[in-house]
Design a protein. Structure first.
Length: 370
């Protein structure tokens, strides 16, 4: 079990438990509730395995159930038995989103699904977080399995400031998560350290907290090109598409192996571990129709999401043209892309002065600036 959330958007159900199941071991289940003052016998659960699992034996799963009559549940667990007396020693999850009238706290939240493998790319993470701050993001949620000591120091500083929320994700204590996306190539029990489970959990955690949620990774920045900020971009898009709840953003790879020949940023933060994204300005065009989109969504309009598309939404999906917005993905290039097919893209430089200042301040707050 990952998280339990009230769900009133689907007829016949009032609770959604985001979980991870082994595909060949699904059996009849019950949701057993603690009702604040007493236990209640379990109600029958409906189990929905997510359709995308990339060949792995374990898959993100939704367990849907109805609260028992007269029970205003505060906690819930999943059991193979309806009798609550057989479940009182189980682990119970606190039910979240009980108060739907909670005021929106943030306009824009970024959900980063997983950090693992003692990741210590401090400089790029700092630059990415500060870019998002300049773009109008107010809240970033990270699921952390393991990171390096310097990144841990940085994240603790951001956490104390209130800009970043770090959620422990010790999935490696329960199974062998894969560092890759395809079972045949990478092995393991579940795709990318349970990425689909964390993305959906983050979506539901932010359901009534954030007006918009960006679903992407730490090496990706969803960047507007005709507007200074994301709020300005979304105001225009929402005005043009009032019934849209999902906005797809094209993936544009920025080559991490190619550097700005002027070298103007190469000495900045040279002692900080990690990649300096300001040195990388060469972009390849998406390979259609295989461009991997990422998304900006209204969380209350989404029932279930995958990595590159929404599986079930209540509103329309809109593709954002690349002249308005691109997702800049700093990574190794596609092997068959030649130098002649690269384009210069200095959009990040448009924020240069404030970005450098803010990165310095963030590193200084964390005690990492020499």
């Amino acid at each position: 079990m990952v998280g339990a959330y009230m769900e009133d958007r689907i007829m016949g159900h009032s609770l959604r438990i985001i979980s991870i199941f082994r595909q060949d071991s699904v059996q009849p289940l019950y949701c057993v509730f603690y009702c604040g003052t007493h236990w209640a016998n379990g109600t029958e659960a409906v189990v929905h395995l997510h359709p995308e699992f990339f060949g792995f034996p374990f898959v993100a799963t939704d367990v849907l159930c109805q609260s028992p009559p007269g029970c205003y549940g505060s906690h819930v667990t999943i059991s193979t038995q309806a009798d609550f007396k057989l479940s009182v020693n189980h682990t119970f999850l606190r039910i979240q989103n009980l108060d739907e009238e909670t005021k929106i706290q943030f306009n824009f939240t970024v959900c980063v699904s997983n950090i693992f493998g003692d990741y210590n790319n401090v400089l790029q993470v700092t630059q990415t977080l500060e870019m998002y701050r300049l773009l109008g993001v107010q809240h970033v949620v990270l699921y952390n399995t393991s990171c390096g000591p310097d990144l841990e120091t940085l994240l603790q500083s951001y956490k104390q400031e209130g800009f970043v929320e770090v959620l422990p994700w010790p999935i490696d204590q329960y199974m062998k998560p894969s560092p890759g996306w395809l079972f045949g190539e990478h092995g393991g029990d579940i795709h990318y350290y349970g990425q689909l489970a964390t993305l959906n959990d983050c979506l539901y955690r932010q359901m009534y907290r954030s007006r918009y949620v960006l679903l992407n990774d730490l090496d990706e920045i969803i960047t507007p090109y005709q507007h200074e900020t994301l709020p300005q971009l979304m105001e225009e898009l929402q005005r043009e598409h009032p019934k849209a709840g999902v906005f797809l953003v094209e993936n544009h790879i920025i080559h991490k192996n190619q550097f700005d020949p002027s070298g103007r940023f190469e000495h900045l933060w040279s002692y900080i571990p990690g990649r300096n994204i300001m040195e990388h300005i060469y972009r390849q065009e998406p390979i259609y129709p295989y461009s991997e989109m990422k998304m900006i969504v209204q969380p209350r309009k989404v029932i279930k999401t995958s990595v590159h598309s929404v599986i079930h939404s209540l509103e329309e999906t809109v593709y954002i043209p690349s002249y308005l917005c691109r997702m800049l993905h700093i990574r190794a290039p596609s092997p068959d892309i030649s130098w002649e097919k690269l384009y210069e893209d200095k959009r990040i430089w448009d924020y240069e002065r404030q970005l450098i200042t803010n990165v310095d301040k963030a590193l200084e707050r964390a005690g990492l600036l020499i």
